[in-house]
Design a protein around this ligand. Structure first.
Ligand SMILES: NC(=O)c1ccc[n+]([C@@H]2O[C@H](COP(=O)([O-])OP(=O)(O)OC[C@H]3O[C@@H](n4cnc5c(N)ncnc54)[C@H](O)[C@@H]3O)[C@@H](O)[C@H]2O)c1
Length: 267
């Protein structure tokens, strides 16, 4: 039997219980990785129990990705259990829409904490264990940061989210260069999904619709219509790309931005 491409690799996914993070966890596991799903829920919560049942070779650590002490605790657990890490997916993120005049500073800061601090903290905390993992594999370990098409192009009423996801894009590139220049065996790439059918997207559209006096479904339909493929992505379509970037198949990729958007930014 041929070996799966992530066999023997240890992966951590932040915000891995739902939406894109859940699909990423499933794709990494089906390629053979041991996946440590992390999220906000308690270990005994129904979604955690269901995820552990459904995804093979998985364990769970409760980790609020905005809290440095919780990242450090997760690192201690993984150091003790495995001694290294091979794949880190910084997936946690939230959205915020509205005109600059209407955005409260506290909401802006909360978004930057969720979308930018989490990427910084995951990277900083796990660099030593990823470097250890990378030294034992031919093409290094892999960090994948989930940005967005909104980290590539601007959009009216999306300035806060644009700013946060643009930060993730450039943090990824500097980090990739920092590691390559210093000979640290970690590849770092960002993924830029278009509109993906997840709880985040639905909740965001409900808030936007309430402001505009329309329905979430009509906004979602409009999103599909502005996408060349005329449909939203399914989370697994992002998960498969992340699994590729995590694997040795992406051996020459670092600092790159991988767009998965049904053609949305091709225009
Ligand atoms: N859905 C889209 O259309 C879309 C498009 C482009 C990029 N993205 C990005 O993809 C990522 C995932 O989005 P999604 O749509 O799957 O979101 P989601 O809200 O559906 O799922 C996010 C998961 O993260 C968890 N989470 C939230 N805050 C957390 C925290 N502080 N610590 C740990 N876990 C936390 C949630 O409990 C949930 O399980 C985000 O970074 C988002 O910005 C989403």
């Amino acid at each position: 039997m041929s070996q799966k491409r992530l066999e023997g690799r240890i992966a951590l996914v932040s915000g891995g219980l739902r939406g894109i993070g859940r699909a990423i966890s499933e794709c990494l596991a089906s390629d053979g990785a041991k996946v440590i799903v992390t999220d906000l829920d308690d270990s005994e919560a129904p979604d955690v129990v269901a995820a552990l049942k459904a995804i093979e070779n998985t364990s769970y650590i409760k980790l609020d990705a905005t809290q440095e002490d919780q990242w450090i605790t997760a690192r201690e657990i993984i150091q003790k259990d495995y001694g290294h890490l091979d794949i880190l997916v910084n997936n946690v993120g939230a959205d915020l829409t509205g005109k600059v005049q209407d955005i409260a500073l506290a909401d802006w800061r909360r978004l930057m904490t969720l979308n930018v601090d989490t990427v910084f903290l995951g990277t900083k905390t796990f660099q030593p264990l990823l470097a250890k993992g990378g030294a034992t594999t031919p093409y290094g370990s892999s960090i994948i940061n989930i940005s967005s098409i909104m980290g590539l192009v601007g959009m009216s009423d999306v300035s806060a989210y644009n700013a946060s996801k643009g930060a993730v894009r450039l943090f990824t590139k500097s980090n990739a260069l920092e590691f390559a220049d210093a000979g640290v065996p970690i590849r770092v790439n960002s993924v830029h999904p278009g509109f993906v059918e997840t709880p985040l997207l639905h909740k965001g559209m409900e808030r936007w619709a309430a402001r505009e006096g329309t329905t979430a479904q009509s906004l979602i339909d409009a999103m599909a219509q502005t996408t060349p493929f005329k449909r939203l992505a399914q989370p697994v379509e992002i998960g498969k790309v992340v699994a590729f970037l995590a694997s040795d198949d992406a051996s020459y990729m670092t600092g790159s931005e991988v767009v998965v958007d049904g053609g949305w930014t091709a225009r």
